[in-house]
Design a protein around this ligand. Structure first.
Ligand SMILES: [Mn+2]
Length: 431
């Protein structure tokens, strides 16, 4: 045991408590026939909570963590502290990039040895903890070798390095019985067309993703392959802009039934969408997978990765998740980091506890909205005309046959209210 969280007791559901604890998140409470923990499937993100030093564009490290340092001893200490926090939070899942958990070596082979040793260490920790792996992923954006991208890099040796890294991370995810494998196109994009061959880079990215899917089947990994859209930052034009863009890409490379979406709240906002838009679209396309729960600052215009604290927003998101049938392999990953002045161990625990409570409140509101049924009844009523045999037959016809029918019937359609304010008022009763 480390003494990093020495004064902090394990958290539990304690709606009237005055100390750290969950006011709303009650893992065992059953909703729609399933425990809340099994609905929400919370995951702690290793990178923000244990690897991020607290820097911003104007200054470096603010966090003083005893495990900061590129050695294997430090990597093991980091894992010890991480699992101590998972246990305090009773967290069902965690997530990592390779670079979060192991020190970088001087060569690919040395980095791989470090990685495999830490994966075995994590495996041992998981044997005595309830916390499972929601997903693993490769950091193909942090090191300077990836400054021009990974799969889309103009240098084939970087493509090769990236492919070998993804293979190692998929092997490790499989070994730890991960539920998913995520590909986020960290620097897959471009800064200027003057040095960029768009068509070539798209082909490289498509083939890379096909190879990842082929490898999944080769090793018998049963989890889902997830792609995480983001429109901008770090490159000016990120290729995986949003759900619609990625769907077009998947169709082009024949991957739409192999790959699902990991949708992040902050990335949706950067793309000019709402979170629930991205969730609803992925669901309607049959590619909804998992979520990265966080929030962006609405004024700053970049990806601030703050812990969620807006219940009405979260409620509308879980409403779409529930309408999509809920999570299967996916879950709620807190891709969120402390503000850089939040230095203390208690800040880290409280940030997660509060986020879990915000999600629980939003989730309960979403369940209540669904069970009430008014919203869905009003939506159905709006489209009720399409249930008539004539309307259905129209979609089997053609323009000429429709025009002939219109001439015969002499129709005169009348506009009907969309009821937006009434619908918004109904939502307000639940949040
Ligand atoms: Mn983000």
């Amino acid at each position: 045991m480390s003494d990093f969280f020495k004064d902090i007791k394990p958290l539990s559901y304690d709606p009237d408590g005055s100390d750290l604890g969950f006011r709303h998140y009650n893992p065992d409470e059953v909703f729609m026939g399933k425990r809340m923990e099994d609905h929400l499937r919370f995951a702690v993100a290793y990178w923000h909570s244990f690897a991020w030093p607290g820097g911003d564009p104007f200054g470096g490290q603010t966090f003083d963590r005893p495990w900061f340092g590129e050695t294997m001893d430090m990597a093991r200490l980091k894992a010890d502290v991480a699992f101590e926090m998972f246990d305090l939070l009773n967290a069902p899942f965690f997530c990592w990039h390779d670079a979060d958990i192991r020190p970088e070596g001087d060569t690919f082979a040395e980095s791989l040895r470090n990685f495999e040793e830490i994966i075995d260490y994590l495996g041992t920790k998981m044997e005595s903890s309830k916390t499972k792996l929601l997903w693993g992923t490769a950091n193909l954006f942090g090191h300077r070798r990836f400054m021009s991208g990974a799969a889309t890099n103009p240098d084939p040796e970087i493509f090769a390095w990236s492919a070998a890294t993804v293979k190692a991370c998929m092997d490790a995810t499989h070994k730890l019985d991960g539920q998913n494998y995520v590909l986020w196109g960290g620097r897959e994009g471009y800064e200027t067309l003057l040095n960029t061959d768009l068509k070539r880079e798209r082909q490289q990215a498509g083939r890379f993703l096909q190879m990842a899917v082929e490898y999944k089947h080769k090793i018998g990994f049963k989890g889902a392959i997830l792609v995480e859209p983001k429109p901008q930052e770090p490159t000016k034009h990120q290729y995986d802009f949003d759900v619609a863009t990625v769907y077009g890409f998947l169709k082009e490379f024949g991957l739409e039934s192999e790959v699902q979406m990991n949708i992040e709240q902050g990335h949706a906002i950067l793309a000019g969408h709402s979170f629930e838009h991205e969730l609803a679209l992925a669901s309607s396309l049959g590619i909804f997978g998992s979520i990265d729960m966080n929030r962006n600052d609405y004024q700053s215009g970049w990806d601030t990765d703050q812990f969620p604290n807006n219940v009405p927003e979260v409620a509308l998101a879980y409403y779409e998740v529930l309408k999509a049938g809920g999570f299967t392999t996916g879950g709620t990953n807190f891709d969120a980091k402390l503000r850089r002045q939040s230095l203390d161990p208690v800040d880290l625990v409280a940030a997660h506890a509060g986020a879990m409570d915000v999600c629980a409140r939003g989730f309960k509101a979403a369940v209540a909205m669904l069970e009430d049924g008014t919203l869905e009844a009003m939506r159905d009523e709006r489209y009720a005309g399409w249930e008539s045999p004539d309307a259905k037959a129209m979609l089997e016809g053609d323009l000429a046959s429709i025009a002939a029918q219109v001439a015969k019937d002499g129709i005169n359609p009348q506009p009907r209210s969309g009821r937006q304010e009434i619908l918004e008022n109904i939502v307000n009763r639940f949040v």
